[in-house]
Unconditional design. Structure first.
Length: 388
């Protein structure tokens, strides 16, 4: 399978999200939805990540039909986006968000699984393929930030079309993605971490993922609302999101230069602390600080993402690749994001948005520093292979 084909699949996955996700909370705010209600709506996707997405993942691994299920899920997301045209009340948004979450929360982990597997199979660089998503997102979010100015509701039909294009690209995925090895010895077991990973040190990674994503979900969920409160419309939001995406490119280009010995948990703890700094910087609320905080996305989020991909690829059991991605996503887009959205919305209504960013930032920063100190002095407590 050609690198260009995988590049385009990854590109359109992120192009679709760039067209509607950055402007969704702005659309809610324009229709009178409160911060707490925005948090509740964001929580629906988190609940789906926690309860629905693992069902899709287990079904994929039990049948070995990744291509078929990816097509179903992508087309389901395209159709469900159109339910946002049913109304502009909290109730109608709740319904639309619920329907969309059934499909959208599985697209990224399942696509990552398919892309990583084929990149390895055909000896392609995953970092270069993943750059398609970064470039596609950056271009789309900037262009549609201008096009959607004053009319964010148009994003749903356009994003749906982008998902249809992605589905057409998925049709070109080799048929071996519908004839994958099935882990027979585990097929009848429940969805258990011990049956998915070879190494129990995954629990340390998952704890770190939780705290990193707690900050990241709050940041991503409310930075557009914060920007809107400071007088920035769709164009300003699009520009900020473009800066965020472009900051990933140097990381994707240079990640291989980081030796495997230095890509372990200590590096991930360091970028967790950096995620806290990103929140603290954004709490100032001025445009220059927004630009700096958005520029920190690559050094924090992308390094953390690639580190997680490394760990899963090396430690997941054969035939359990989709479920391996799913466990990570349960913590990221499930548990941590639920708290990030619910507590975040409540904190904004209670403290004000700037102070809420500061509180979350300090929390994540302190955890990151504490984890760095813990790992540095882990001798006799953690297995050495954990830092592999």
């Amino acid at each position: 399978m050609g690198k260009g084909h995988l590049f385009l699949i990854n590109s359109f996955m992120y192009i679709a999200t760039a067209i509607y996700i950055p402007f969704l909370n702005l659309y809610y705010r324009q229709n009178g939805i409160t911060s707490t209600q925005i948090g509740i709506l964001g929580m629906l996707a988190c609940l789906s990540s926690l309860f629905v997405q693992p069902i899709w993942a287990k079904r994929v691994d039990d049948t070995g039909k990744a291509k078929t299920y990816l097509l179903i899920i992508v087309l389901g997301a395209a159709l469900s986006l159109q339910t946002y045209y049913l109304g502009t009340s909290f109730g109608s948004f709740f319904l639309a968000s619920s329907v969309l979450a059934i499909f959208s929360t599985t697209i990224i982990p399942l696509t990552d699984t398919v892309v990583i597997r084929n990149a390895a199979r055909y000896n392609h660089s995953f970092a270069i393929i993943r750059m398609g998503g970064t470039i596609g997102y950056a271009i789309a979010v900037y262009i549609f930030g201008i096009i959607l100015k004053g009319h964010p509701e148009k994003s749903f039909v356009v994003a749906g079309a982008a998902y249809v294009i992605m589905a057409l690209l998925v049709l070109g995925v080799p048929e071996h993605e519908n004839h994958l090895p099935i882990a027979i010895e585990h097929k009848k077991h429940s969805f258990k971490v011990s049956e998915i990973y070879k190494d129990s040190t995954v629990w340390i990674l998952l704890i770190m993922v939780f705290f990193f994503q707690l900050g990241a979900s709050f940041y991503n969920g409310f930075i557009t609302v914060f920007a809107a409160d400071k007088g920035m419309g769709e164009t300003g939001v699009g520009l900020l999101q473009c800066i965020s995406a472009l900051s990933e490119i140097p990381i994707l280009l240079g990640y291989k230069a980081i030796s495997k010995e230095k890509r372990g948990l200590f590096l991930m703890a360091t970028v967790t602390a950096l995620m806290g700094i990103r929140l603290i910087v954004a709490s100032n609320g001025a445009l220059p600080f927004f630009i700096v905080s958005q520029s920190l996305n690559g050094p924090s989020g992308m390094i953390f993402y690639l580190g997680c991909m490394d760990f899963i690829y090396e430690n997941v059991r054969p035939g359990k690749e989709t479920e391996g991605q799913s466990v990570l996503y349960i913590v990221q887009a499930g548990v941590a994001s639920i708290l990030g959205n619910l507590l975040g919305g409540a904190a904004i209504d209670f403290f004000g948005i700037g102070r809420a960013f500061l509180v979350f930032g300090i929390t994540v920063f302190v955890f990151g520093i504490a984890t760095m100190l813990f790992l540095k002095n882990r001798k006799g407590f953690l297995p050495a292979k954990m830092d592999k």
